[in-house]
Design a protein around this ligand. Sequence first.
Ligand code: AMP
Ligand code: FE
Ligand code: FE
Ligand code: ZN
Length: 282
Amino acid sequence: MKFADLHLHTHFSDGTFSPEELAGHAQRLGFAALALTDHDSVEGCARMAEVCGAAAIEFITGTELTAEHNDTELHLLGYFVDTRNEKFLMDIARFQAVRQDRIREMVARLNALNVPLQVETVFALANCKSPGRPHVARALVQAGLCKSLDEAFERFLKKNRPAWVPKAKMSALEGVELIHQAGGLAVMAHPGLNRTDDVIPVLVDAGMDGIECFHTKHSPATSARYLEIADKYHLLVTGGSDCHGFSKGKPLIGTVKLPYEHVEKMKAKVAERNVKTTDGHG
Ligand code: AMP
Ligand code: FE
Ligand code: FE
Ligand code: ZN
């Protein structure tokens, strides 16, 4: 049986694996298809496509956007997005700039607390367009200013801790639109983690295509619940491990194996939409 992992991060956001390492693990585990879903970024997709090609693994472009609806944070996965779509690239560049400014602000707050971390150190360590709190945490540990990533979050970086800075987010409706205009499928990530059930019907009305029913942190009961919701709203079913390499403990790739039939349904929906937009009836 063929299976896929449609939720993966590399060092192009807050994961620790390179595309080569990720594809290596996927090949060893027997995955037929992968999607890369780095936060607010498609920077790693070109290299991931190349290494998957060499490993005979099907590659699906993707991203994970941080969005909000009525003050509830939610994550939107975009699959099959055209990574060269100019409007899409310009829009996500805005959110990458927000992330970079937020890092500067977090470091300024640390400095005000007499924690002598330099912002250049964080940017050098992150080495990507989409830095986040895990990079600040790693920099604190590497500089010997915290003993562990957990300590960095607990003391400084968790919500309402002294170096935490709120992040300006796009609206969920804007996120769905952004993914669609780049030719992608919009999928709500890990609904069981964000407690975003109330938002599902709102986003269904906005044309959301699917929900991530299978996720490392969904219990079997949670997955079953979202499979029912997917059925009720005629949504695509997706799933993935949300592997971040070693940045949150041990690598998670392999914990979720999405049956390939779901990938086929996704491809059918993208193909159908592309026919509609090119023959002028859509
Ligand atoms: P950001 O997008 O910059 O707000 O960072 C979010 C990332 O930080 C996510 O990948 C989270 O899993 C990770 N994160 C949040 N809280 C913690 C924590 N207490 N310990 C470790 N990682 C965390
Ligand atoms: Fe992350
Ligand atoms: Fe997420
Ligand atoms: Zn993720």
